[in-house]
Ligand binder design. Structure first.
Ligand SMILES: O=C(O)CCC(=O)C(=O)O
Length: 287
């Protein structure tokens, strides 16, 4: 599948992102492209097995996929229904599939995606921080309020996350919610990761109405890493699969937080070091 992607941004879209802290791009991927991406991710998740991050693969007894490329829906859902305490009731997440799967790497390292991140962030270049499946299971719990950047290993502003809807994301099955303009204030705690956690992120946000973002499959939602977001419960018997890519501004430096960096990489880093590790966070676009 030749991936076409709607990567041309209008000045209005950029202005809206800068002001609101998020941007919905409907029909970013076509129906065929969504099917293709779902198949690629199914294969990558099956290969990864129970390992959440690549460095866990050796110990998690990952099994080799025998059903590569299958578009069988039931099998894909089964691959996504991993049993690990804590996170599976909210989201099933596999991180940095690009490092263990060529198809995911091809998608994530597409410079057209990187250019969108650079244009919205008004930065010269971007590196791939991490990719992550975001599969809210059938009857899944809500995703609590949080911002992304405080969890990352760098503190520079203008990180962003692209969230690809792999099915229609509805108010019923757990679409995303955003707090308008919340990226303009940097909050340092991660809050309670509960639905009432907004006031913990920032007491001034306690009485603010969030914006629900129901979208069709193929939409891409971009949010700034400092934008407060959450997702509703999945009140349906079908999973709500999504895929996210988070971008780091090129030139960002290590702040001491390991986040998804493997222990061997963290051991070699000192706070203040440039995060220019091409096999860990490769440049995807540079002006
Ligand atoms: O998909 C979700 O429920 C949460 C997504 C999210 O937090 C993110 O993409 O940063």
């Amino acid at each position: 599948v030749e991936v076409e992607m709607r990567t041309e941004l209008s000045p209005d879209q950029i202005a809206s992102y800068r002001d609101n802290g998020f941007l919905v791009i409907d029909d970013f991927l076509t129906g065929n492209e969504v099917e293709h991406l779902r198949g690629v991710l199914q294969h990558a998740v099956e290969t990864r097995g129970d390992a959440r991050v690549p460095s866990e693969m050796a110990t998690a007894g990952a099994t080799r996929a025998t059903t590569a490329g299958s578009e069988d829906r039931a099998r894909m859902l089964d691959a996504f229904r991993k049993h690990r305490s804590g996170w599976t009731r909210v989201l099933s997440q596999h991180v940095n599939l690009w490092q263990t799967d060529a198809g995911v790497a091809e998608f994530c390292r597409d410079p057209r995606l990187g250019r969108v991140a650079a244009e919205l962030g008004q930065i010269d270049g971007v590196r791939l921080w991490h990719d992550q499946t975001m599969i809210k299971p059938a009857w899944g719990e809500p995703t609590g309020w949080h911002t992304d950047t405080p969890a990352f290993s760098f503190t520079e502003p203008e990180a962003s996350t692209f969230w690809f809807a792999l099915c229609d994301a509805t108010v019923q099955n757990g679409c995303l919610y955003y707090l308008l303009g919340s990226h303009k204030v940097r909050v340092r705690t991660q809050g309670s990761m509960k639905l009432d956690g907004l006031r913990l992120l920032n007491p001034e946000w306690e009485f603010t109405e969030p914006v629900p973002c129901p979208v069709r499959a193929g939409a891409m939602i971009v949010h700034n890493g400092d934008t407060a977001h959450a997702a509703g419960a999945n009140m349906t018997p079908a999973p709500r699969p999504a895929f996210a890519i988070s971008w780091m501004p090129d030139g960002a430096t290590f702040n001491g937080t390991p986040n998804i960096l493997p222990p061997a990489v963290v051991d070699r880093l000192t706070v203040g070091d440039l995060l220019d590790l091409d096999d860990q966070c490769p440049v995807v676009y540079s002006q």
